[in-house]
Write a protein that binds this ligand. Structure first.
Ligand code: 5GP
Ligand code: MN
Length: 349
């Protein structure tokens, strides 16, 4: 009889020696910290909180330390309320990072992405493990699990749990965290979502009892009044540059004040112009204060917005979703953008 050869369950396979090293690091650590990027999104928070639950189930002392707080829309996520955010508890955040013996860096590839905690993270003597899906990890770490082909760190973390034999420690709450990260980094499975692994993971998470429809409602379809108004206004004011296949949306600090802007209110606004067939990429400039404009970009197909953000706005990200910052007022950010946009015409198909 032909020998039955068992296929691996997931197409993505993390190198087994990395899994074993992380298992050993966890088992021998006493004080673990999990951190993720500043202005944490669903994937950063989902992967951090899911890992927090699993490490606690393994009997570990573990804290999540972030540069700033979760947006209002993600406050419902199990575990988020226990996060130590440096904007609120600066001393405690620094103390936890310095006394940790193991730090997990979730969903970022560069130490600068933890903002005001960069020095504390870099100087900490703790062993470090990176689990991430951004290109070119630049964090000095003992283990780097980097899979840019996976659409979210949360999905990658699930595959890590599977290979480590730790999915049994997931419960309904931690499963909901993983699902949230997978959902937010794929626009509810509408882009970067053709990987069949995702649907095997969702099957498992549903078996853990998640209410997928309710998570969609909470994360993607619940808005404050200020958000509904600001999203409409931003779209109304959108500019299109037909020669460059670009769309620009800008909000200055006075407009943000007028609309009673809260963190997270403009999440997803930059994606909307991409629904216009003639728009290849979309830029959103938000004047957080007179000296700092947050830059967000999205694109379709091969056109890389991470290249534009890296080369001009001190940032980066992925081919189709990237961001950065401009230090100066909004008008100057726009001038710079209009100046550099023609340089990228050659990449338009
Ligand atoms: P968003 O536009 O939602 O803020 O970010 C989209 C993507 O770009 C995310 O994957 C995020 O990691 C990346 N990104 C956003 N802002 C920055 C930044 O200032 N620096 C870098 N390196 N990446 C960023
Ligand atoms: Mn992510």
């Amino acid at each position: 009889m032909a020998e039955f050869k068992k296929q691996p369950r997931f197409r993505t396979r993390i190198a087994p020696d990395l899994i074993e090293t992380v298992r050993q690091l966890v088992l021998t650590s006493k004080d673990i910290v999990i951190t993720c990027h500043v202005s944490p999104d669903g994937d950063a928070l989902g992967s951090s909180c899911a890992l927090w639950f699993v490490l606690k189930a393994l009997g570990k002392t573990v804290n999540i330390v972030t540069a700033d707080c979760a947006p209002r829309t993600l406050q419902f996520l199990p575990g988020v309320r226990d996060i130590v955010a440096a904007t609120r508890q600066g001393d405690r955040a620094h103390e936890l990072l310095s006394k940790a013996d193991l730090i997990f860096c979730m969903d970022f590839n560069d130490p600068e992405r933890v903002d005001r905690l960069t020095d504390a993270l870099t100087n900490s003597k703790a062993r470090k493990v990176v689990i991430d899906h951004h290109l070119d990890p630049r964090i000095e770490a003992d283990v780097i699990i980097s899979h840019p082909e996976v659409s979210s760190t949360s999905a990658l973390l699930y595959i890590f749990f599977w290979q480590a034999g730790w999915t049994r420690y997931l419960n309904r709450s931690s499963a909901a965290c993983i699902y949230t990260g997978m959902m937010t980094d794929t626009g509810n499975f509408s882009y970067n979502s053709n990987d069949p692994d995702l649907y095997l993971i969702i099957y498992d998470l549903m078996r853990k009892g998640i209410d997928k429809d309710n998570l969609y409602k909470l994360v993607m379809n619940t808005s404050s009044e200020s958000r509904v108004r600001i999203m409409g206004y931003g779209q109304y004011r959108m500019q299109i540059l037909p020669d460059h296949r670009a769309a620009i949306i800008m909000l200055n600090s006075a407009e943000l004040r007028e609309f009673d802007y809260n963190k997270g209110d403009t999440e997803g606004l930059v994606n909307i112009p991409l629904s216009i067939p003639d728009v290849t990429y979309s830029v959103f400039l938000r004047e957080d204060d007179k000296n700092c404009v947050k830059v967000s970009m999205r694109s379709k197909g091969e056109f890389s917005v991470s290249r534009i953000c890296e080369e001009n706005f001190g940032g980066g990200g992925h081919t189709n979703a990237a961001g950065g910052e401009f230090h100066g007022p909004l008008e100057q950010a726009l001038d710079k953008l209009l100046e550099i946009i023609p340089n990228y015409d050659k990449y338009l198909q």
